[in-house]
Design a protein around this ligand. Structure first.
Ligand code: HEC
Ligand code: HEC
Ligand code: HEC
Ligand code: HEC
Length: 246
């Protein structure tokens, strides 16, 4: 009896398991069907979306290509209505008499010089060759100028001044250089300082940092006849200097 009951129970157990398996199979099939159905839906929707998207893309692409050929074009177009910043040093520079120069990729203002040179125009006296100006009948001129620039044997007045046309400076190869652009004289020998000056690393700005750029020129700081600066106490404060001061 007991054995029969156990058998029955086992049977029941198996049948329920088989039942469950069948059921789950069915649900799998059902879910398969519904899955394929939903797959079709998704495919259809994504197709539509794709077409829409592509057409939007195509349209917008055509639009962009028409208006801007490159990123630079785009920047230019977009900044058309951009107003320049209101900060400018123009107002402060008004009191200076400046000239514009272009050196390589740099264009900036430097102070005009001719009006600052006391003995300009030189041709007021230098209407004759130098030789004819020198003599007992002439007073000595330019006694205040004492060259202290490089080697005294190598450097002389006519390395920079044009003896045939005193109103101009001259290059080492003999071409005329305007007094307003005397940096062209200096740059021949001081290339490094000239390059630095051009880029703004040597020298000084006039007034403000706002554009337009205006920079001092070499002769604003360096006397061409005696260009180096005296070292100032206590630039080298040591026992030697202290002795000198006593
Ligand atoms: C007031 C008249 C006068 C003016 C202005 C004048 N000079 Fe002279 N300069 C002279 C006389 C005179 C001599 C020659 C006598 C001498 O050796 O001092 C001379 C000589 C020179 C010499 C040759 C110096 C030497 O030792 O060989 C140079 C260079 C020179 N002048 C440059 C200039 C320049 C540049 C200017 C203009 C910025 C100028 N001078 C303006 C009168 C003048
Ligand atoms: C390294 C180049 C150089 C040499 C060398 C040189 N000069 Fe000059 N000289 C200049 C420059 C540049 C100026 C203009 C400076 C300025 O813009 O203030 C000038 C200016 C002058 C002036 C006008 C100064 C004034 O304020 O009236 C006279 C005069 C002059 N030089 C005479 C001479 C004489 C004389 C010698 C020789 C003893 C001489 N220079 C040597 C570059 C030179
Ligand atoms: C023909 C070449 C030549 C020309 C042109 C020339 N210089 Fe010089 N300069 C020299 C030499 C060489 C020295 C000496 C360098 C040294 O002692 O290290 C010198 C020295 C100097 C010094 C001092 C350097 C120091 O270490 O103390 C200054 C500043 C200077 N020059 C500025 C100028 C300026 C500004 C001009 C234009 C007006 C000019 N030079 C034109 C050749 C030149
Ligand atoms: C705003 C003023 C200023 C201007 C403009 C300027 N310099 Fe100088 N320069 C200086 C000072 C300051 C020094 C450093 C002097 C020292 O160390 O004793 C100097 C140093 C120099 C020296 C010595 C070597 C060095 O680099 O220390 C040379 C050469 C020289 N300058 C050439 C030039 C030339 C060429 C120009 C123009 C293209 C120029 N400077 C423009 C202020 C100036």
């Amino acid at each position: 009896m007991l054995e029969n009951k156990i058998m029955e129970a086992r049977l029941l157990h198996f049948t329920t398991i088989i039942d469950r398996m069948k059921k789950s199979n069915r649900t799998k099939q059902v879910s398969k069907i519904s899955k394929t159905n939903s797959k079709n839906h998704v495919a259809a929707i994504s197709k539509v979306v794709c077409i829409l998207w592509m057409s939007i893309l195509l349209l917008s692409c055509g639009h962009q290509e028409e208006e801007y050929h490159s990123i630079l074009d785009k920047i230019e177009a977009k900044s058309k209505h951009y107003k320049e910043i209101s900060i400018s040093s123009k107002r402060f520079l008004a009191e200076y008499h400046t000239i514009e120069i272009t050196e390589g990729e740099y264009t900036f203002l430097i102070p005009e010089r001719k009006s600052q040179i006391q003995s300009f125009e030189c041709s007021e006296c230098h209407s004759k060759p130098l030789k004819k100006l020198k003599g007992k009948e002439f007073k000595k001129a330019h006694w205040d100028i004492r060259l202290k620039h490089a080697n005294a044997e190598a450097m002389n007045c006519t390395i920079c001044h044009d003896a045939k046309d005193m109103n101009h400076l001259k290059s080492l190869t003999g071409s005329k250089i305007d007094f307003n652009q005397s940096y062209n004289v200096c740059k021949q020998c001081h290339t490094k300082q000239f390059e630095d000056w051009k880029g703004g690393a040597h020298g000084k700005r006039i007034e403000s940092w706002a554009l337009p750029r205006a920079s001092m020129t070499c002769v604003n700081c360096h006397n061409p006849h005696s260009p180096s600066f005296e070292s100032r106490w206590p630039a080298q404060f040591n026992t030697q200097k202290r002795k000198e001061r006593e």
